[in-house]
Design a protein around this ligand. Structure first.
Ligand SMILES: CC(C)(COP(=O)(O)OP(=O)(O)OC[C@H]1O[C@@H](n2cnc3c(N)ncnc32)[C@H](O)[C@@H]1OP(=O)(O)O)[C@@H](O)C(=O)NCCC(=O)NCCS
Length: 194
């Protein structure tokens, strides 16, 4: 279900009556990046940024906010709290070439395990497919069971490759999602064992 507003595109309105999910328009993303970062515990920040970050440096913040809606885009989940919409989750997509979008996601701790991550990831896949991407790619720290399970539950076609520093999650999307190779079957067996 897609609808247009002046400010942005609503990808999907749902997760109960108060939450909606929308793509961020280019420009003005800093407030949302800050709000989501401030809602993350030290462990969630570590899992998201792969480093113990007490705060976002200005350089990283600027880079994250540098969206063009095509090669770098982001989708936010917000809960309506009075006149203001409070950001509670953010998924970012970055073009890495070869039809692949690198995905990074975070849901503020107070809203984790309530289905926000799953909806954000689904919206990210729809958005990426609409932009012509054929694969999502994510780097996940070993031990991040929430992200591994979230990906597996959201995308049964996801493949996990174990690495020394980070594990790689690959999700074929669009027509590529229904192409199953021998390597996929083996990767799936390993994935489900993990
Ligand atoms: C990973 C993360 C995005 C999940 O978001 P979420 O909103 O909590 O996830 P959901 O509530 O949509 O859960 C969807 C599925 O994920 C799995 N899951 C979520 N949290 C989990 C946890 N703590 N432990 C195990 N599985 C978990 C469950 O299987 C769940 O499916 P189910 O409802 O059928 O059981 C969130 O925990 C987070 O922001 N973590 C910190 C940042 C991070 O790790 N980012 C990923 C690196 S790119």
């Amino acid at each position: 279900m897609f609808a247009r507003t002046q400010k942005s595109t609503i990808v999907r309105s749902c997760v109960g009556p108060m939450i909606h999910i929308r793509t961020l328009p280019p420009g003005g993303a800093e407030r949302i990046i800050d709000a989501v970062f401030n809602g993350l515990s030290p462990r969630s920040r570590y899992l998201r940024y792969h480093a113990p970050l007490p705060r976002l440096s200005e350089a990283v913040r600027r880079q994250l906010a540098d969206l063009d809606g095509r090669h770098r885009s982001a989708i936010v989940a917000e809960v309506t709290d009075g006149p203001e919409a409070a950001p509670i989750g953010l998924v970012e997509l970055a073009d890495t070439g070869d039809g692949t979008a690198e995905v990074a996601i975070a849901v503020v701790d107070a809203w984790q395990s309530r289905g926000v991550g799953r909806r954000l990831l689904r919206a990210a896949a729809e958005h990426a497919e609409a932009l012509g991407y054929t694969r999502l790619h994510g780097r996940v720290l070993p031990g991040n069971d929430a992200m591994r399970r979230l990906t597996r539950r959201t995308f049964p076609q996801a493949r996990l490759r174990l690495g020394s520093d980070t594990d790689a999650l690959d999700v074929p999307i669009g027509p590529a999602a229904s192409t199953v190779t021998h390597a996929d079957v083996l990767a799936d067996l390993l994935h489900r064992g993990g």
